[in-house]
Design a protein around this ligand. Structure first.
Ligand SMILES: NC(=O)c1ccc[n+]([C@@H]2O[C@H](COP(=O)([O-])OP(=O)(O)OC[C@H]3O[C@@H](n4cnc5c(N)ncnc54)[C@H](O)[C@@H]3O)[C@@H](O)[C@H]2O)c1
Length: 342
C-alpha cells in the first residue's frame, strides 16, 4: 500500500501504539506521525527510549505497563486504531525469566485486547506476533499455514497471545489482524539482536569476531518495510481475522550476514565459533513466504539487505548504544544472578 494511500486513510485518526518507544515501535510511530495521525504511545520504557519518539508531531508518550488494566482501559477508550507490540522480545532472556515473558507477552496482550473490546471504539487492532512461532522451517519459504512449533519460551508466550487474539476476534467479532514479522533490523535498536551484536564486534575489533550458530539462516527485513506493513494492516480491507507474514523473502546465513557487514565497513572478518554462544534448541532456518502480505496488504519490501545494513551500520557507528544485559555468554552469567539454579 502506498504512503499516499496510508496518509489518506490515517490522517487525523487516533492510533494507540503499545511498545511504541521501542525499536520497531518507534519506526511505526514515526511513519504514523508523518501520515498526520495522532499517536499515543503506551510504553513502560523497559527497553524503549523516550527520545526515539520525542519531537515527533502529534505523538504523546504515556509511561505505563500493558498489564495494568486501569491504565490500559483509560487510554484505549480514546482510540480508533490500535497496534499492540509491547513485549519482552529477546529470546535468551526468556530462558531465565519465563514467567515475566508470559506476564507481559501473553497476559499483557489479553489485557490490551480485552480492554479494547470493552471500549467499543477500536475499529481495527493489529497484534504483532513473530515468525518465531513457527520454529525451524519444515519447508521454505514459510507461509502462514506452516506448522507452529515454537522453540523458545519467548515464542510460546507469543504464540499463546497470537492465538488468543484470533479467538477473541472470533468470539467478539473484534476486528483484529495478526502480523508475524520475520527478523527486523535498522536504526533505534534496543536489544542485542544479531545485527547489532556483529556490528559492535566489528566496530571494536580488527575483524576477529566470536559468534554462536553461524550456519543458521534468518530472513532479515529492514525496519521501515516491516513498520509500513504493520500500518497497512490497520486499513487493508480484507485483512481482518487474517494472520499475515512480513518478511523480505530472502534467507541469509549468519556467517554471510557477517561477511556482508564487514565488507560494508571495509574490514576483513575472521569468525570464531564460540560454543558458549550456541543457543539451546535453536531455530535453524526462518525464511518468509510473503505472498499473502502482497495480496492482502499490497505490501512488498523495498530496501535490499545491503542498503539496509549500510544504513544500520551508519546509525550504530554514530550512536552510543549499549544494552541492559550485554551478551557475555548464556549460562554462567545468568545463572549466577538467579536464586533458582536450573
Ligand atoms: N525485532 C524483530 O526482529 C521482531 C521480529 C518479530 C516480532 N517482533 C515483535 O515486535 C515487537 C517489538 O519488538 P522490538 O524488536 O521492537 O523490541 P523492543 O524491546 O524495542 O520493543 C518492545 C517495547 O515494548 C516495551 N515494553 C516491554 N514491556 C512492556 C510492558 N509491560 N508495558 C509496556 N511496554 C512494554 C519496551 O519498553 C519496548 O519499547 C515485539 O512484540 C516483538 O515480539 C520483533
Amino acid at each position: 500500500m502506498s504512503n499516499e494511500k496510508l496518509q489518506e486513510r490515517l490522517k487525523d485518526s487516533r492510533v494507540l501504539v503499545t511498545g511504541g518507544a521501542g525499536f520497531l515501535g518507534s519506526e511505526v510511530v514515526r511513519q504514523l506521525s508523518s501520515f498526520g495521525a495522532s499517536v499515543t504511545v503506551l510504553d513502560d520504557l523497559s527497553s524503549g527510549k523516550g527520545e526515539y519518539v520525542g519531537g515527533l508531531a502529534n505523538v504523546k508518550l504515556v509511561r505505563g505497563d500493558v498489564c495494568d488494566t486501569d491504565i490500559v482501559a483509560r487510554i484505549v477508550k480514546d482510540h480508533e486504531f490500535l497496534i499492540h507490540m509491547a513485549a519482552l522480545p529477546f529470546i535468551p532472556d526468556s530462558y531465565y525469566y519465563p514467567d515475566r515473558f508470559f506476564r507481559v507477552n501473553t497476559t499483557g496482550t489479553l489485557t490490551v485486547m480485552w480492554e479494547a473490546i470493552k471500549a467499543e471504539c477500536v475499529r481495527r487492532a493489529v497484534h504483532i506476533s513473530t515468525s518465531e512461532v513457527y520454529g525451524s522451517a519444515k519447508y521454505v519459504p514459510m507461509d502462514e499455514d506452516h506448522p507452529t512449533l515454537p522453540q523458545s519460551t519467548y515464542a510460546v508466550s507469543k504464540l499463546a497471545a497470537d492465538r488468543a487474539v484470533f479467538t477473541m476476534h472470533k468470539e467478539h467479532n473484534f476486528p483484529a489482524v495478526i502480523i508475524r514479522p520475520f527478523n527486523a533490523y535498522g536504526p533505534n535498536l534496543t536489544q542485542p539482536y544479531i545485527v547489532p551484536e556483529i556490528a559492535l564486534q566489528l566496530l571494536t575489533s580488527n575483524g576477529h569476531i566470536r559468534l554462536g550458530n553461524i550456519e543458521s539462516s534468518r530472513d532479515f527485513t529492514y525496519v521501515s518495510d516491516t513498520a509500513r506493513g504493520m500500518i497497512a494492516a490497520l486499513v487493508a480491507e480484507k485483512a481482518i481475522g487474517e494472520t499475515i507474514n512480513l518478511g523480505s523473502g530472502r534467507a541469509t546465513k549468519i556467517k554471510e550476514l557477517a561477511f556482508i557487514m564487514a565488507s560494508i565497513l571495509g574490514k576483513k572478518v575472521a569468525i570464531e565459533v564460540d560454543a558458549s554462544r550456541l543457543r539451546p534448541y535453536d531455530v535453524d532456518t526462518l525464511a518468509c513466504d510473503n505472498r499473502k502480505a502482497l495480496k492482502l496488504l499490497n505490501w512488498k519490501p523495498e530496501i535490499p539487505l545491503e542498503e539496509g545494513l549500510r544504513k544500520t551500520l551508519e546509525w550504530i557507528s554514530k550512536s552510543k548504544i549499549s544494552f541492559k544485559l550485554p551478551f557475555r555468554g548464556w549460562p554462567a552469567t545468568y545463572y549466577r544472578n538467579l536464586s533458582y539454579k536450573p
